[in-house]
Design a binder for this molecule. Sequence first.
Ligand SMILES: [Cu+2]
Length: 198
Amino acid sequence: MRKNGFELSPAGRRRFLLLSGGGIAAAVIGLGGESPAEAAGVVKVSMKILTGKMIGRPGWPQFQPGNLKLPANRLVEVTVRCYDDGNASLPGGYNEVTGTIGNTMRLIKGTPASFAPDAGTVVKEVPVKDVAHTFTVKGGNFFLNVPFPPLSTVVYRFMTPVAGKYSWQCMSACGTGAGGWAGSMDEDGWMKGTVTVE
Ligand SMILES: [Cu+2]
């Protein structure tokens, strides 16, 4: 930062803002330890997982929205309410939270309309048999795996990667067909889709 012809170090800059007084300084001190991306503010996203029955298409559970558009290199907080009450068979490993901040998520029982910021429990994984759906991205520079138990609310944070189009897929065999991988598992905007980062 250049101010009146001299350069301030980040620490000096914070001190300068602190000395300049008032509410602005108070707001800035709190951001002292955060990266510029975080200081730009958290992008909040809300999703829900509905059963096929709830949307008049039995056997076709769906993430809503099924496709996401997010800004690049930003901290995103996703709140997912899973209204599905049943589990689906899941390959081991996908029950672990991966690619989020701290590789954790906050797990809240049920699907309350609102809750305290510290509600629920911070977890790194859930038992494989307790997973209804996952949100899984396997891009070269973007890997994310978040498991959702039946009738739960999950909150997780992650940094978006550089701009690009990334595919996501639910890894719980929640669709139709013998293996459960047909139907909504194979339909864009249902149990798979696109994360457009721009
Ligand atoms: Cu699913």
